[in-house]
Design a protein around this ligand. Structure first.
Ligand SMILES: Nc1nc2c(ncn2[C@@H]2O[C@H](COP(=O)(O)OP(=O)(O)OP(=O)(O)O)[C@@H](O)[C@H]2O)c(=O)[nH]1
Ligand SMILES: [Mg+2]
Length: 454
């Protein structure tokens, strides 16, 4: 019997305390005073009443709506009682306390979901999605977790698995009862199925980068020589004076970052030290950090000074970020527009970046910059809206399945024996099963024994 607050901690409009287990109704009765007993309440119907501590029945804690959800028609698959109170943290805590004194124990984080998984209400991919949903950092991450919860990923993997099973069954029958079976199953059909499933897995694997960006957010680094206005840009984009700005070059030493939400992704925007060769050991250490930050960023923003022709330091930075997805920003456009700077910016951006004239001081071009950046991050993530793997376990399982399919295809190409192919297909199936934790379909024998090969 476990009890816990099911809504986020803190003051909200509503606080839901959930109780789950065989004796949920019995324990709930000890703290609930309302019209009619909960034990006779129909499932899924709200009852109005108050919650009291079992030792202080005359001192109501909160007015609540109680609902009994009888097993197995509940989130956890066990009998669940939920009390919706008024959202004060104090009252919610007291309700949980009352339930614990009445015989429940506090639920550990994720325990309701674990029970739902163990009772077969959700599969492992869905259970992980719940964790993802609770922790989702951006709009996209939330939408993805929701679609995974509704079985999007499990559904796709399940379809791939069924496709393989269809091929495996006649193949195994041929191996086991070869003499009684008129002919070997057609190799073309197997090859076709393998190609289809491989393409399906690749689509899911391709979503991996997007999954990483959703879960961890994208990192965007501001890079440029000293004094071009990187810190001013960070402040202007973030809408707060986060980084120190000064007219002396070499102001920023440490990395300074802000968290933003762009295009539905969580984005960490990082200000770095101006990059140049310098005798100052502290500034030089800052420059090293800047280089690393640029190297690790998903997108780099190269900042130039629009009114100035490019110098050696600008060229140094441009070389450094050459291979990164980038945008080129010509800042301080309010002070002038140098033609050599314009040409240089266009050359650096080439055909993979965009050049944006901006004034961090006056705010010109900032909206455009933010929109382009959001577009760049979306592009880096790939813009497919389907369910995405955000867990390493899914990734590894699909990767294993992909490898086994490659080996099957190889074995077929080399004319190897059918049992070798069956073994590889089986391995692939069990890997696919591993990716959502549903092993019920990975054993092939029961399915084979009932099937008649054509
Ligand atoms: N006129 C004008 N001045 C700007 C603009 N952006 C920044 N500045 C000024 O340029 C100077 C340097 O700005 P910072 O933001 O500190 O430059 P930085 O690139 O972070 O410099 P370091 O940290 O030394 O690498 C400051 O005096 C800013 O006020 C702009 O758009 N227009
Ligand atoms: Mg700075």
């Amino acid at each position: 019997m476990i009890a816990a607050l099911a809504t986020p901690a803190g003051t909200g409009a509503l606080a839901v305390v959930r109780l789950s287990g065989d004796d949920a109704v019995t324990v709930a009765e000890r703290v609930f005073r309302g019209r009619g007993a909960l034990s006779t309440a129909p499932s899924h119907q709200l009852r109005r009443g108050v919650v009291v501590h079992p030792d202080r029945p005359d001192d109501p804690i909160d007015e609540v709506l109680a609902v009994v959800m009888r097993a197995p028609r509940s989130y956890t698959g066990e009998t669940v009682v939920e009390f919706s109170g008024h959202g004060s943290p104090e009252a919610a805590r007291s309700i949980v306390e009352a339930l614990i004194d009445a015989g429940a124990r506090p639920a550990t984080p994720g325990e309701f979901t674990r029970r739902a998984f163990l009772n077969g209400k959700i599969d492992l991919a869905q259970a992980e999605a719940v964790a993802g949903l609770v922790e989702a950092r951006g709009r996209r991450a939330r939408r993805n977790a929701l679609s995974q919860l509704q079985g999007g990923l499990s559904g796709r993997v399940g379809a791939l698995r069924r496709r393989l099973l269809d091929e495996l069954a006649p193949l195994e029958a041929f191996i086991d009862f070869g003499d009684d079976v008129p002919e070997a199953p057609g190799l073309d059909r197997i090859i076709m199925a393998i190609d289809e499933v491989r393409a399906g897995i690749d689509r899911l694997l391709g979503g991996r980068e997007r999954g990483r960006l959703m879960t961890h957010g994208a990192t965007v680094a501001l890079a440029g020589r000293p004094n071009v206005g990187k810190s001013s840009l960070l402040n202007a984009i973030a809408g707060q004076e986060r980084a120190l700005v000064h007219d002396a070059p070499g102001t920023t030493r440490d990395l300074v970052d802000v968290e933003l939400s762009l295009g539905g992704y969580a984005v960490r925007l990082v200000d770095t030290a101006g990059i140049r060769v310098t005798p100052d050991p502290v500034e030089s250490a800052g420059v090293d950090r800047a280089r690393r930050a640029v190297h690790e960023a998903d997108v780099a923003l190269l900042v130039l000074e629009a009114p100035e022709p490019p110098g050696d330091d600008d060229r140094l930075v441009a070389e450094l970020i050459d291979d990164r997805p980038m945008l080129v920003i010509r800042n301080k456009i309010d002070l002038g527009d140098d033609a050599a700077c314009r040409d240089f910016a266009r050359r650096v951006a080439g055909n993979k970046g965009e050049v944006l004239p901006v004034s961090a001081r006056r705010g010109d071009g900032l909206d455009h910059l933010v929109a382009s950046l959001a577009g760049r991050i979306k592009a880096a993530a790939g813009d497919d809206e389907g369910p995405t793997m955000t867990s390493l376990r899914h990734y590894e399982a699909l990767f294993r399945a992909r490898g086994a399919l490659d080996r099957t295809a190889e074995a077929i190409a080399e004319g190897a024996f059918a049992d070798m192919q069956a073994a590889e297909l089986r391995e692939s199936l069990s890997a696919l099963a591993g990716s959502d934790g549903d092993s019920s379909m990975s054993g092939s024998t029961p399915i084979v024994s009932g099937s008649t090969p054509k």
